[in-house]
Ligand binder design. Sequence first.
Ligand code: IPE
Ligand code: IPE
Ligand code: MG
Length: 249
Amino acid sequence: MPQTTSSTPPEHVAIIMDGNGRWAQQRGLPRIEGHRRGVETVRAVTDAGRELGLRTLTLYAFSVENWNRPQDEVGALMGLLEYYLKKELNTFIKNRIRLRTIGRTNELPAGVQKHLDHTIEATKAFTDYTLVLALNYGSRTEIVDAAKAYAQAVAAGEIAADDTSWGTFNRFLYTAGLPDPDLIIRTSGEERLSNFLLMQGAYAELVFTPVLWPDFNKEHLATAIAEYGRRERRFGKTSAQVQAPVPTS
Ligand code: IPE
Ligand code: IPE
Ligand code: MG
């Protein structure tokens, strides 16, 4: 079981980017202006994560439930996503950022899918830093998709029917091959997970900040990481065991 002490920085930080709409409303602007500013924050925080030594940064950009928003807002979000992908490709390559996605991306507009495929292909060789965009993501649909694929693998004889290990099952999640998040941050003062990484975040530290996503910056990220550093991650053990690990062999 992995362990961290306060001196071990997080490898994987996941962020629920929330508060774009409120940021705009506070200024008497349409919600989409908040999303536009939110894209600028995505750029800045992606850089900040790399500079702060993270290996993986996951950003919750669009949930399965977000399709239920007004059609013009959904359309504008998809337009922004396509614009962002087009504009960022060169930066991803220059800064050696690998792009990955989690979620049912096959249900996104064709133009978005095209740019996603292209960027993922163009950045697949980079190994130091991975940006994971959660798009049309929901933990419940992820589990349903994983269970379906798992059942098919059992039926095909690729997995023993009596294999009950999490390690076998989790290879069917969208996050296959990614480490679990060490730290999940949510902006905007809401204190809930909204269907985000419910399985993978089983032992994540949670940090909630009142800062609205368009205002979130490198300093706020560093503050959340410092807060993470003050937590004791016990993974079911006692505090004494974690502080002075007893050799098991
Ligand atoms: C987060 O900001 C962006 C998305 C969910 C796409 P919101 O749009 O949820 O902002 P609030 O919560 O309404 O302020
Ligand atoms: C969660 O934010 C989804 C994303 C950040 C993409 P929401 O704003 O959609 O969450 P709820 O509806 O307030 O829980
Ligand atoms: Mg919100």
